[in-house]
Write a new protein. Sequence first.
Length: 221
Amino acid sequence: MSPYLAASGAAGIAGLGILLVHLPRRLVRIDLEREYPAEVEIRFALGLFAVGTVTFFLGVALHAASEERLLMLAGVEMTLAAVIFYDARFLVVPDLCNVLLAATAIIGPLALPFREAVFGAALCGGLLGAVAWVWRRSTGEDGLGFGDIKLAAALGALLGLEPGLWMVTGAAAGGVIFGALGRFTDRKGHTIEAETPEPKLIAFGAALALVGGGIVLWIKR
């Protein structure tokens, strides 16, 4: 790998990290009225840079793909790491992340044939959309955020039909396990006379990003 390519790759990873840290701050600050300390932001930025760098240079060392393809893969993994941070901490999936993933799915070395990408997006996004609609009709409450549905559609376009279905299945299984563990913990921590605790919200977008990121690494090498 040439020094120029290494330098440009590092600059691209750093630039994407800055973008993912700073642009969604408006959503967190204004829309959610939340704030987090500067040291958290610094650790977040360094973590994103570490994810991108490890993904890129590990792939180069293993000769798994071209440098251009690995740079795009590093960007995808950084974007998914940002989704995990924002959804786990604030229960929100920034539109910026969904747009970046969708763009990668249709443009560049990781893109699938257009028809396959459309089918993958329709399956994953439509499946979660149907679940959200049924839950809303049955309970009168929102069970899935629209950001989760858009994330599933973007990842479905990137992965395709079968891997996208595995992603949704794996994330759903993880959500069920997390919810069951949460209820078990609450039950142990409350007496019979205590009020029934409110159900915990599950960061399903983070689960999608975690499972989807693993599948992307496996099939996009």
